[in-house]
Ligand binder design. Structure first.
Ligand code: EPU
Length: 451
């Protein structure tokens, strides 16, 4: 752990320009989709992050040839020789990411069997996979959960089905999409997630030859086809990373232009950012989704001076305020005058990181009640999922240990906003989802160093 530490000399506003690439939560799924094609796929703007490495490793283990394309960030996937991998080899990736669960459908289609290692990902609640397993069973998969991982077979093939999700889970929606596209017959998914990353995955699958209808009221209908080909795709930009830098600009009193950030996918965030007292300007003058890498603008975010204002916000599925935007923004809320309320309704344990902010001088109290909004699934249960943030608070330096990806970034922001020198341990975890974050910090004028 001692070499996995960043020394942060805080108190300097972040100023400058950085660029975000393809969204982690789309890129990793599009990579899995490449398994479904019978010809090579080409994905642009792939960030160099740990989750991409994990998925690349798993694809290669299953015989997919992955090569770098001509453009920086371009990957080419050739699935001509998909083959089985040994459980020992697959288990090397155990605990490293949650994406492997999405290999179920594609591997069942390509090989007739699949082995999925124990999942990893951030520790932000129990993160069950019951919806995934129920859906796969309805498609006809036989799922055998063992201590070493999950074995799946499809003795009579995979068949279209009707399935209603108890909650619009992003991962379970993706699971159904990646399985239904080659299943025999029609699949109807109700209460589906409709995040921009899901719509972009549907675009990828449609390019491959899938027939997918997105109806109103969270209903998605997929007509299975006999074969899919490869795709060429430039993903939507990472709206979580963009919001993280926006929050960093606000909390440090700086000005950051996030090249590549797209207004349409960030509308809810932008409304809250403005309500808090942050300023932004959309510098991208192209119509949405136009490809011209290197030429684009993005969104410039800054602290216009004066006091920030307290807000009440509730995280929710799209088009609500993303749960992953919550932790970075809370650091800025510690600087707002009055009482801010945050009600986390997507994950039951995503406020633990506030202890570290309190250690740095913030005043944040967490509650089991559903505060400030509509009652959610976690109300009257034993989950501290609402927070009241009293501000403005003067943050001071501290030694911090990063608990998970997004909370980790919020720790970094807090250290940058605080007076004095903080040591942030476990920073390598941030490489799971933020490309070159140390180089970007330096480019924005942050005083950070490895000891
Ligand atoms: N859930 C179940 N059962 C399931 C699946 C989900 O109860 O079988 C519950 C979860 O426990 C959670 C809720 O449903 O309370 C939502 O989970 P969801 O399945 O939507 O999340 P996910 O697919 O595991 C993705 C992102 C997360 C992001 C969420 C919500 C990826 C790889 N991860 O997770 O991103 O927070 O959707 O938008 O796409 C991150 O990037 O740091 C991250 C955690």
């Amino acid at each position: 752990m001692t070499d996995d530490v960043l020394v942060v000399h805080g108190g300097t506003p972040l100023n400058g320009q950085i660029r975000v690439r393809g969204a982690k939560n789309l890129v990793s799924k599009a990579m899995v989709a490449a398994l479904l094609g019978d010809s090579p796929s080409r994905l642009f703007d792939v960030p160099r992050i740990r989750d991409v490495e994990v998925v690349r490793g798993l694809l290669e283990l299953h015989g997919v040839k992955v090569t770098d394309g001509a453009e920086d960030g371009e990957l080419v996937f050739d699935p001509a020789n998909v083959e089985s991998a040994s459980t020992d080899e697959i288990n090397v990736h155990a605990g490293s990411s949650r994406i492997p669960i999405l290999f179920c459908g594609p591997l069942l289609h390509r090989l007739g069997h699949a082995f999925i290692p124990d999942l990893g990902g951030c520790h932000i609640g129990p993160r069950p996979i019951d919806f995934h397993i129920q859906a796969l069973r309805q498609f006809g998969a036989v799922v055998d959960k063992t201590p070493e991982g999950m074995h799946l077979t499809a003795p009579t093939g995979l068949h279209g089905t009707k399935f209603e999700l108890p909650y619009p889970s992003v991962g379970a929606t993706e699971q159904v999409l990646l399985t239904a596209v080659l299943a025999e017959g029609v699949t109807e998914l109700r209460n589906a997630a409709v995040e921009p990353e899901i719509i972009d995955l549907i675009c990828v699958l449609q390019k491959m030859g899938a027939i997918i209808k997105v109806h109103t009221d969270r209903v998605i209908e997929i007509q299975g086809v006999a074969r899919l080909s490869g795709y060429t795709h430039r993903p939507i930009p990472d709206r979580i990373e963009a919001a993280s830098w926006a929050a960093a600009a606000l909390a440090t009193g700086g000005r950051v232009e996030v090249l590549g950030a797209e207004q349409a996918d960030m509308m809810t965030f932008l409304n809250v950012f403005r309500s808090v007292g942050g300023a932004y300007e959309v510098t991208d003058t192209r119509p949405p989704r136009v490809d011209s890498p290197g030429q684009e603008g993005g969104i410039r975010f800054w602290h216009p001076g004066g006091e920030l204002r307290a807000v009440a916000l509730e995280t929710d599925v799209h088009p609500g305020f993303m749960t992953d935007w919550q932790q970075p923004l809370v650091v800025a809320l510690t600087q707002a005058r009055g009482l801010s309320i945050v009600h986390e309704t997507v994950y039951e344990q995503r406020l633990g990181y506030t202890d570290a902010l309190n250690k740095m001088g913030a005043t944040i109290q967490v509650y089991r009640d559903c505060l400030g909004g509509t009652p959610c699934r976690f109300g009257r249960r034993n989950f501290k999922h609402s927070a009241v943030i009293a501000g403005p608070a003067k943050l001071h330096a501290a030694d911090l240990v990063i608990p998970d990806l997004r909370a980790g970034f919020s720790h970094l922001i807090a250290a940058l906003a605080a007076e004095g020198t903080s040591r942030v341990y476990g920073v390598d975890l941030i490489n799971r989802g933020y490309e070159d974050f140390e180089a970007k910090l330096s480019a924005l004028g942050a005083h950070v160093e490895r000891p």
